[in-house]
Design a protein around this ligand. Structure first.
Ligand code: ZN
Ligand code: ZN
Ligand code: FE
Length: 754
């Protein structure tokens, strides 16, 4: 029967700040629906009245044609009281606490806008085109509520045409705060200050420069990029030289998926991630060679597709199919966002600086991700992800989590949510620290956040720890690896006892030694250290991360003593033999040789021993190079021993030395080494399951950015009946620590412990 009824529809997911309410409105008009739509804490609620047939069509459309950046996690619909509404309205968010969840991450330009660039008279080739479904968000927001005058668009007054679109609820630009056209919006600026609002003309010019081997500094969405050909070695070398960049691999941009598939091996799931509106840099396997200096003989390269309208325009004009797209900064400092900084700092690197006259307010780097076991794994969570909240089942209100030191993020607690900052960087210099402090102030204002409890790492020297300590508020300190495990638990809403495997490079333990190869029994409140990698001295302290050969030396000395160094493979480790007595003295007399159980150090040692990487020019280079040479066909493994709680690698090193002497290929040795760690993960998990009855295993820590280790560990544990949880929403590296700290502090608060 076709008579008027009413339905109450509740939609949860990412439905706020992404143009979802106008979208519902347009569908309502389309199907002659009366009633209302509103935002609330839970998501979006719709009261819809019409005939049964119209309602059915309306609901089908609602679920299936949603805006690109929106996603529905749950959709419920039930019959409700019929009021006989005469029109359909969007209810205003009355509550500011609702509004805070409406800060959307930045969204890649949508296909409809790219089409409009060719057809709309006032936006032909206009490179700042956007709509409710796409465009800048977080990077331009200064305050809430999210209104144009509270963004860096406030300098640009809407022209009559744009104003009409902005006010017309049936228009795709209805209430699109950054709406603009060539008559009223921002424009690009050449080095001489000349404004250009025709993106195609600018693209023509820049494409020529790039094809000729020039380096360009181009203002992006969240900061400046340096771009140049990725196929011309001389150019890339010049960029590296001018940027004084260490050996870090660089990301590249290609025009589209087709070109990506030509140069790289792209899986189905990788294609989806590459083209998602979040547009992260995705690590994929190389196929055709690029200029050697781009990925420096690593087997994977970070690839990204265009996400600003001008990226599309530029890529369309280029003859060069692959370009380097690396952040415009001086090494170790945050990505540059202001035109003045660009002019002072990038002038010596780039041949041309292209800017635009809209301010970037919130500095945001490109995010970096890879796929493992069909799931997205974040290495850096920034543009396209921040500041999207992560829901917890704990009251986090007022808790500030300071994060760790490397690849820092912080987190603030609002209600039952964690809001993580964008990627801040390595908190090791004043520039990064001031970015951290500035972002803290901005998050406080933007999210109406009043801190009442600080939580930080145990390490007293981390600048994040000092920041928390100096706040004058109560401080909770959390052990680093406990935070890693809690981070993974929090994103999976786990609040119980688990087996936690935390493998990473460095974190201060409760016994004042360095930890990092940890098997914990943990819950959100507390943990105990069940098993751990055999601690070894690190002669030279921090220096070992730059000189992995030191760690390899220490392992061999630890297990086999001095006699081992008559063997060729061991002797080769030292840059020169004269260093031997000094190193031994350091270790024997415990001079600047802290004990470490770090998994990262074990990777370093094996990498150095094989001659794959003895000196490291960027963070985690040695483990990355070791992973890159794995022969995936090799199923072999080495032996290990348990000595009480300690996992000893004596036999592993003995066998590796033997393999080296017998000329087993480095690819096979690397595989056997990784396979051993995977078997250890299984073996210890089984022991702990027998002891405790716990069947849930949590994997976290930076070493799980190693795709081989992660995929095989997950698989082997699942095969043995374990429930396995690994990180997807936040990085398993120290960028995810703040979430773990926040969850632990919230739990302790709930229990009345802090
Ligand atoms: Zn759009
Ligand atoms: Zn306009
Ligand atoms: Fe860590």
């Amino acid at each position: 029967m076709n008579y008027p009824i009413a339905r109450l529809i509740r939609i949860k997911g990412l439905v706020q700040g992404v143009g979802f309410r106008p979208y519902v409105y347009r569908q309502a008009i389309r199907f002659d629906i009366k009633g209302w739509v509103e935002n609330n804490n839970e998501g979006v609620t719709v009261h819809a009245e019409s005939t049964t047939i119209s309602l059915k069509r309306f609901e089908e459309a609602l679920e299936n044609e949603i805006p690109e950046a929106a996603s529905i996690s749950t959709y419920t619909s039930q019959e409700t009281k019929y009021f006989g509404f005469e029109d359909f309205v969007i209810q205003k968010s009355s509550n500011l606490s609702d509004a805070i969840t409406e800060i959307s991450p930045d969204i890649a330009v949508c296909s409809a806008c790219l089409e409009d660039m060719k057809t709309q008279a006032h936006r032909i080739n206009y490179p700042f085109i956007n709509c409710t479904n796409c465009g800048p968000r977080f990077t331009i927001i200064k305050d809430l509520p999210y209104d144009r005058h509270q963004t860096t668009m406030h300098d640009f007054e809407l022209c009559e045409t744009c104003k009409m679109e902005y006010k017309n609820i049936t228009d795709r630009r209805f209430h699109a705060q950054p709406v603009a056209c060539k008559n009223c919006g921002p424009s690009y600026l050449l080095s001489n200050g000349q404004a250009v609002s025709d993106g195609k003309a600018l693209a023509d010019m820049l494409a020529q420069y790039i094809d000729q081997g020039k380096i360009i500094a181009l203002k992006g969405m969240g900061g400046y990029h340096l771009i140049c050909s990725a196929l011309d070695e001389t150019t890339v070398e010049t960029l590296r030289f001018r940027k004084q960049r260490d050996g870090k691999p660089m990301a590249v941009m290609v025009k589209d998926l087709e070109t990506a598939r030509k140069y790289f091996k792209i899986g189905e799931d990788e294609a989806i991630l590459l083209s998602s509106w979040r547009r992260p840099i995705v690590l994929v396997q190389n196929k055709l060679p690029l200029a050697a200096s781009v990925s420096l003989a690593l087997s994977r390269t970070g690839v990204i597709l265009p996400y600003m309208p001008f990226h599309h325009q530029l890529m369309a004009q280029l003859k060069t199919e692959v370009i380097v797209l690396t952040s415009g900064n001086l090494s170790e400092a945050p990505i540059i966002i202001t035109d003045d900084e660009a002019k002072t700092n990038l002038i010596n690197i780039a041949d041309h600086i292209i800017t635009y006259n809209r301010e970037i307010y919130n500095r945001t780097d490109d995010s970096v991700a890879f796929m493992a076991n069909q799931k997205t794994r974040l290495i850096r969570r920034s543009r396209g992800y921040a500041p999207q909240p992560i829901s917890l089942k704990l009251n986090t209100e007022g808790i500030f989590a300071a994060g760790a030191e490397l690849v820092n993020t912080f987190a603030i607690g609002k209600g039952q949510q964690a809001i993580l900052s964008q990627h801040i960087g390595d908190l090791k210099n004043v520039e990064t620290l001031s970015f951290y402090e500035e972002s803290f102030d901005r998050f406080k204002r933007l999210f109406r956040f009043k801190p009442n409890l600080m939580v930080c790492d145990l390490h007293p020297d981390y600048l994040s720890t000092r920041f928390a300590m100096e706040s004058g508020l109560k401080v909770v300190q959390v052990q680093h690896h406990h935070a890693h495990i809690a981070s993974c638990m929090a994103e999976h809403s786990l609040d119980e006892k688990v087996i936690g495997i935390a493998l990473d490079g460095t974190g201060l333990g409760t016994d004042n030694t360095i930890w990092g190869g940890e098997f914990l029994i943990a819950d959100l409140n507390d943990f105990s250290r069940a098993y751990f990698y055999d601690p070894i001295p690190l002669p030279g302290g921090d220096l070992v991360t730059k000189q992995p050969w030191r760690t390899a030396f220490s392992y061999l000395y630890h297990y086999f003593g001095l006699p081992i160094f008559i063997e060729e493979a061991a002797k080769n480790l030292l840059p020169n033999e004269n260093q031997l007595p000094l190193l031994i003295q350091m270790i024997d007399k415990k001079i600047n040789s802290p004990l470490s159980s770090g998994a990262g150090r074990l990777f370093d040692a094996v990498s150095a021993l094989l001659g794959v990487c003895r000196e490291s020019s960027f963070h985690a280079e040695a483990p990355m190079r070791l992973e890159a040479i794995i022969n995936p066909q090799c199923r072999g493994k080495y032996l290990f021993e348990l000595e009480g709680q300690k996992i000893s690698f004596r036999k592993l090193f003995h066998q590796i030395l033997k393999d080296i002497n017998q000329d087993v290929t480095p690819g096979d040795i690397a595989a056997k080494f990784h396979n051993t760690l995977i078997v250890i993960n299984l073996h210890i998990s089984k022991l702990l399951r027998e002891e405790t009855g716990i069947n849930k295993v949590i994997l976290s820590g930076g070493s799980f950015q190693n795709a081989y280790l992660l995929e095989h560990t997950e698989q082997i544990l699942i095969d043995q009946g374990f429930e396995v949880f690994s990180q997807e929403k936040v990085p398993s590296n120290d960028g995810g620590i703040s979430l773990g700290q926040l969850a632990i502090a919230a739990k302790r608060k709930q229990l009345g412990i802090s």
